[in-house]
Each structure stands twice: as structure tokens, then as C-alpha cells.
Ligand binder design. Structure first.
Ligand code: CDP
Ligand code: MG
Length: 132
């Protein structure tokens, strides 16, 4: 069964939307294989987002996640990587489909509530990083 890494970012935790996010995945038919609350170090966040190092939004993105509660989960199901990204919606909530998590609950590109791995290789790397 395919597995992917999903995060409820700090704005989602602070707005009490953890249950809402999980409900979207579960109602789609995905299975939460593991879940935990993490307060990530700057090092963990920088490693997680290393593909974006050097981009103009990198520092803001790292500041936003560092030292604040995040929910990390391993989500399992057929085509879990692409299904979870579809349920999350486009990174720019203004472009996200209205039925997606970002389309419903977010309106900023940085504080866009959720994360999901972008391919199977990334999923494996991110699962190892957050659930080592
Ligand atoms: O999260 P996703 O994989 O959909 O998008 P990404 O392109 O990998 O970007 C990672 C995260 O960086 C996004 O989810 C946003 O939180 C943030 N970002 C941003 O703040 N400004 C941008 N122009 C692009 C991304
Ligand atoms: Mg990404």
C-alpha cells in the first residue's frame, strides 16, 4: 500500500482544524497509519524544505514552522501520494478547488494549513525524517 507524509501546519493546529484535516483524508478512504504532535527544530524544518533553500519565501516558510506545534502523519492508501495532494488542494489557496482543504480553509500561500509529499521518493524521505 502506498504511503505519504502529511502535516497539519501550525496555523491548522492553532485554528483547531486537526480533526477537520484528518476527516478529509479518512472520508476520502485513506488510512492514518501513524500520527504525532511535533514541535520541529529549525534544522528539521530546513531539511524538510531543503528543495526550496535559496528561494525568496524560504526564510518566512522556515520561521512559520519552527518551534510551533505541527501534526505529522503517515497516510496510507492506493495512490496515497497524489490523492492526499488532491485533497489538500493547490498551494495557493486562491487557486485551490473549493472542496479541497486549502480551498475551504486557507487564503495565504505560506500559511496554507497542510503539507503532503510530492512523489513516492519524497514520501519515503519525509516519513524517515519525521518518524525516525
Ligand atoms: O506545499 P506544496 O508542495 O503544494 O508547495 P511547494 O511549492 O513545495 O511549496 C512548499 C510550501 O512553501 C508551500 O506549501 C507554502 O507554504 C510555501 N510557499 C510560499 O510560501 N510561497 C511560495 N511562492 C511558494 C511556496
Ligand atoms: Mg512541496
Amino acid at each position: 500500500m502506498e504511503r505519504t507524509l502529511a502535516l497539519v501546519k501550525p496555523d491548522g493546529v492553532e485554528r483547531c482544524l486537526i480533526g477537520e484535516v484528518i476527516a478529509h483524508y479518512e472520508r476520502k478512504g485513506l488510512h492514518i497509519a501513524d500520527i504525532k504532535m511535533v514541535v520541529p527544530s529549525r534544522q528539521l524544518v530546513e531539511e524538510h524544505y531543503k528543495e526550496h533553500k535559496g528561494k525568496d519565501f524560504f526564510d518566512e516558510l522556515v520561521d512559520y514552522l519552527t518551534g510551533r506545534s505541527v501534526v505529522a502523519m503517515i497516510v496510507e492508501g492506493t495512490n496515497a501520494v497524489s490523492v492526499v495532494r488532491k485533497v489538500n488542494g493547490n498551494k495557493n489557496p486562491l487557486e485551490a478547488e473549493l472542496g479541497s482543504i486549502r480551498g475551504k480553509y486557507a487564503f495565504e500561500t505560506t500559511k496554507n494549513l497542510v503539507h503532503a509529499s510530492d512523489c513516492i521518493e519524497t514520501a519515503q524521505r519525509e516519513i524517515n525524517l519525521w518518524f525516525q
